[in-house]
Design a protein around this ligand. Structure first.
Ligand code: 4NP
Length: 156
C-alpha cells in the first residue's frame, strides 16, 4: 500500500479538498486498494470539524462527497506511516519539518509537481474555492503521475 497525506494549516479548506479529489481519481483508476489517502493540519484550531462549507460546496458541484471527513492535526507518527507528505504551501513545509523534526524528499510542496510552481492559494482568506479546486486537480494529476513513476509496477 502506498500512503499519501495532504497537509495544510487548518485541515478544513485545502488539504481535505486535495484528499477528496485525489481519492476520487485513485478510485476511478481502480487503484483504491493500492493507494491510501488522508489529510491533516499543522494547527489544531479545527480538529474534529468537517471540511469548510466552501470546500464541501465546491466538491459537491463536481459530484465528490466529503461525508465522514473530519479535521485532525499532524501526528509525529505520520512521518513513518506515509510515503508522500504533500504540503499545500511553503509555510506548511516549514511547519511540517519543524513539527516532525525531519527534512526529507517525501515532504514537498504540492504544486512544485506542476507547471504552476507555487503555493495553493488558501480560500479561507481568498474566498475563491474554484481557483483552489482547479489547481488541486492539476496537482492531483501530477501526483498520480509521480507515484506511477516512482512505483512502476503499481498497475501490474
Ligand atoms: P486551510 O485554511 O489551511 O486550507 O484549512 C485555513 C483554515 C483555517 C484557518 C487558516 C487557514 N484558521 O486560521 O482558522
Amino acid at each position: 500500500m502506498i500512503r499519501v497525506l495532504f497537509i495544510c494549516l487548518g485541515n478544513i479548506c485545502r488539504s481535505p479538498m486535495a484528499e477528496a479529489v485525489f481519492r476520487e481519481e485513485v478510485r476511478k483508476r481502480g487503484l483504491a486498494k493500492k493507494i491510501d489517502v488522508d489529510s491533516a493540519g499543522t494547527a489544531s484550531y479545527h480538529v474534529g470539524e468537517p471540511p469548510h462549507k466552501g470546500t464541501q460546496a465546491k466538491l459537491r458541484e463536481y459530484g465528490i462527497t466529503t461525508d465522514g471527513m473530519t479535521a485532525r492535526q499532524l501526528w509525529a507518527s505520520d512521518f513513518d506511516n506515509f510515503d508522500y507528505l504533500v504540503a499545500m504551501d511553503a509555510s506548511n513545509v516549514t511547519n511540517i519539518e519543524q513539527a516532525l523534526r525531519k527534512t526529507d524528499a517525501k515532504i514537498f510542496r504540492f504544486l512544485d509537481l506542476t507547471v504552476h510552481q507555487k503555493d495553493v492559494p488558501d480560500p479561507y482568506y481568498t474566498g475563491d474555492f474554484q481557483e483552489t479546486y482547479d489547481l488541486v486537480v492539476d496537482g492531483c494529476e501530477a501526483l498520480l503521475a509521480k507515484i506511477m513513476h516512482d512505483h512502476p509496477h503499481l498497475l501490474a
